[in-house]
Design a binder for this molecule. Structure first.
Ligand SMILES: [Zn+2]
Length: 327
């Protein structure tokens, strides 16, 4: 915890102390859903100081030089719960791309735009807290648009709320992985996370160590997440009482044994990156998680080609638990 606290302190230390609302109205022209949600206070506009902090961190981020110019499309329209952190999340993905040169970022807020023709401009697609994507896809009328995108060798990332998608589909059909069940680990709690395969390139953000983070974490329907299909990068560390607690009398239960939090898999010839971090705005200001997201985007875009061997097929998985609380 000490390391994280220190990091957070030094990180906030670089932020400007005076917080001013950012006027993003020019950029938001034509984004009627976003404007409506800002007005209704469902989405919070990031402060200038927060954007400066993300921008400044991005200039020191570790980045792989892209083979060619990459374009990432961000999307945070939600058909279910609207996370007020979605806006800062989208801005974090934009700034990381701009400042590191990893990709160009664009965002839209209408599922009707997600046609084959429009998506052909992009190498990757990131859903930032877009809850119930399946409802948007239904409104669009082309149920296979995401599958066709993957089949072109492109990538899709699902961040936090976006991992609730396609819960009614079969494990074969669902492109994201586990089917959302509930979120016993509330956004006000600080939970322990273990890093699996600490030397995996997509885990470099964590410096070979487990960690603690204040965020909301999902559980998935029994049997819906399959380690034979996905390579788990981060999962809940149940060796700590604080993380067992939300399950109460249900611990140990089958559900409590394995809660994956970040994973990748290849699907239909494309790449899928999933991270359940991102309920809280503070998550998008945390240097560890920003690096985790940036590395995930470079994987999604095809610039960080890594071992995708599913976890269950590994001979041995090295695990790094979170440090005891208070250390
Ligand atoms: Zn959430």
């Amino acid at each position: 915890m000490k390391i994280l606290t220190l990091l957070a302190f030094s990180f906030y230390g670089i932020a400007f102390s005076e917080a001013q609302p950012v006027i993003l109205s020019e950029k938001l022209k034509g984004h009627s859903w976003v404007l409506k949600k800002i007005k209704a206070k469902r989405l919070i506009q990031p402060k200038e100081s927060q954007l400066q902090a993300i921008s400044k961190w991005s200039q020191t981020a570790e980045v792989i030089k892209p083979k060619k110019k990459k374009k990432l499309l961000g999307f945070f329209r939600s058909y279910g719960f609207v996370h007020n952190s979605s806006y800062i999340g989208s801005e974090a993905f934009r700034l990381m791309g701009e400042q590191t040169g990893a990709y160009e970022y664009e965002f839209v807020d209408d599922f009707k735009l997600l046609t084959d023709e429009f998506l052909s401009k992009f190498d990757g697609l990131v859903f930032i807290n877009s809850t119930h994507i399946e409802k948007g896809i239904k409104a669009l009328g082309d149920a296979n648009v995401l599958k066709k995108f993957l089949a072109q060798g492109k990538g899709i990332a699902f961040i936090h709320g976006a991992t609730d998608a396609f819960a009614n589909q079969s494990n074969d059909e669902r492109i994201s992985g586990g089917a959302f069940n509930r979120h016993p680990w509330r956004h006000t709690g600080v939970w322990s996370f273990k890093v699996e395969s600490p030397n995996h390139p997509l885990n470099r953000a964590f410096n070979g160590k487990g960690f603690w983070l204040k965020d909301e974490i999902y559980s998935y329907k029994a049997g819906s997440f399959d380690r034979n299909r996905s390579r788990v990068l981060v999962s809940l560390d149940f060796s700590k009482k604080a993380t067992q607690k939300p399950l109460g009398r249900n611990f140990p239960s089958p559900e409590s044994h394995d809660i994956p939090v970040a994973w990748i898999h290849s699907k239909l010839g494309g790449r899928v990156f999933v991270s359940n971090f991102g309920h809280n705005s503070s998550t998008f200001l945390n240097p560890l998680i920003l690096q985790h997201f940036l590395d995930g985007m470079q994987y999604t875009l095809g610039d960080n080609l890594v071992d995708e061997t599913p976890s269950a097929k590994l001979k041995k998985t090295e695990i790094r638990l979170a440090p005891p609380k208070g250390q």
